[in-house]
Each structure stands twice: as structure tokens, then as C-alpha cells.
Write a protein that binds this ligand. Sequence first.
Ligand SMILES: [Zn+2]
Length: 348
Amino acid sequence: MEDLMESEIATALISAVIAGVVGLLIGKLKSSKEKRGRSPIWLSAVLFVVVLIGMLYVGAQPDETDYMDGGNKQVAATTMSTPYVRAEGEMVVHYINVGQGASQLLVGPTGKTMLVDAGNNDKEDMMVAYLQRAGIEKIDILVGTHPDADHIGGLDAVINQFDVGQFYMPQVQSNTKTFEDVLLAAKKKGIKVNTAKAEVTLKWDQGTTVQMVAPIGDYKDTNEMSAVIRVAYGETSFLLTGDAETKSEADLVTSSTMLKADVLLIGHHGSNSSTSDPFLERVNPRYAVIQSGKNKYGHPTPEILAKLANKNITLFRNDMVGNIVFVSNGKTLDVKLDPWEYAKGRTK
Ligand SMILES: [Zn+2]
């Protein structure tokens, strides 16, 4: 980001110097013709300043780079018009814009895939289109964090359309049609439902560590039963939180589980019922992502936004920038914004 700014300023300076020299030459020609010596220096100085200001102004305009301000500090992120093509050795984490709901697609360093949640029922076509557009054929690990419709609504369509390796959901029942649809889709395809809970280690892609860290206890509230997953690749890490709330967070904080992550998916769409101070301190993220859309709950709440701003955590919100794509090479992170939206029948 800093390199980018420096190169823009350098371009502006060089252009302005050239303009100044051109101005000087024009002035010299003019003055030799008109035999007047005063205007050249004056003219080139004005040209220099005008061009410098102009170039700096142009340089400051978003070009390929948007300056995000999700209520927090500004940060540069590239906006893409085509899906990101993963280079070998890169892990890509997509926070898919499913409106009020959640879905994260991970593609590992050798191309293994993981999908955590799949948005609400009305996002089924969009989910399938997004995955097809990303070139996904098989979901190696599929997770439904908890039975709420805004997380598992699109899972049945994903199960129907794609090959699925292992499938995980927490041990919690629901009598909704959405939940039954998911179980039925899995059953039809002969896919076993494994229990998502703390201390389950998922064997995924080369160089990665995937650990389910919650649910630790047995909670009455389905949100608290959310599968929470920590994914590490090299020196970079991500924590995916579902709708886990303060009870689950408190148990995580008192556990010895590794929670530190560079990127924290803010729990429960930025509700006050999640992201307690001790939890945020333990995770200690540099970046936060909030997956929310139009909703009647006031997500994300001003309290959570203020909390992130106070800790100087860079925030990305699906409701403000569309799909958010983090790229890790195992050492550093890059953020890309993908404003792609689904239109009926669209797969590209
Ligand atoms: Zn939710």
C-alpha cells in the first residue's frame, strides 16, 4: 500500500518536471521569436505546479484500488472484476456476500476446498453460481456451523450440485424445514454427518492446520453451539466463528486452545451478544470481517464497530464492499474486493 502511494507521488513528480521542462522550452522558443525574456520561467513554474497538483489529485483517486472505510481506519484493497485466480501455494479465503447470513469458502495451497455455511434459502442459486464461477467442483470439507437458516439455508443446494467429501454439523437438532432439507440432501447422496465440536482436527490441505475449537460445552442456545474453526497456513491464520456468543467465547477464553488469528470473522453478524472483550483480546486480530446484510436486528451494532475501531482493527464488511477475498502466501495477507452480484442464470 505504501509502495503504491510512493509510486503515485513519483509519477506525479516526474510528469510535473517534464511539464516544467516543456513549458521552459516553449517559453524559450516563444521568447526567441518575440524577443521577450520574462514569461518562460514564470510560465514553466505555473505549468509545473498545475500539473503536479493535477497528477497528485488523479493519483489519489481510486483506480484499481479502493480505500475502504468500514467505520475504521482506511486501508487499500484491490477491486476485482473477475474471480481471483489462485497461484500454487496460496490459500484463499472468500467471505461471500450472502446478505444477512454467512458463508466462507476456503481454497487451500494445493487446491483443496472447504465451505463453511452457505447463506439463507433464497441465496441457493447465488451460492451455486459463486462456487461455479470460482471453479469449484468438489467441496472437500463442508461445515454447517449451526442449524439457523441464514447459515445452512443454501447447504442442500450445494450438496445437490457438488461432490462433497466430509460433512460436519454440531450435535443440535432443529425441526425446521431448512434443517430437514439439509439432512435429506446429505442422506440422498450417502453423505455422513460428522459431529462438529471442540478438539476435532480436520485433515485438509498441505501446510495448513484446521482445528475446530468450539463448541466446547453443551449449550441450550443453538447460536452457542456454533462450530468455531481456526485455520492456519504458515504464519497466517483465520478464525471462523459462526454465531457463537459470549458463553461459548467465555469457555474458549478459559481453555488453552490456540485462538490467535490475523483475521477474525466477527461473531453473529456483529451483534452485541458476541465479540466480548476477553475473547477479542485472546484472538488479537489485525483484520475483522462482518458478514451482514439488510436486517431488523441492527447488525452490526455501533458498540461492536466502536470496539474494533478502538483497537485499530481493520474492518471489512460484506454489506459495504460485496465479496471479500483474503489471499495468504503463508507469510503475508492481501485483501481483494469482488463486487460481483448474482443475476438469474448467471455463472460468470
Ligand atoms: Zn446467523
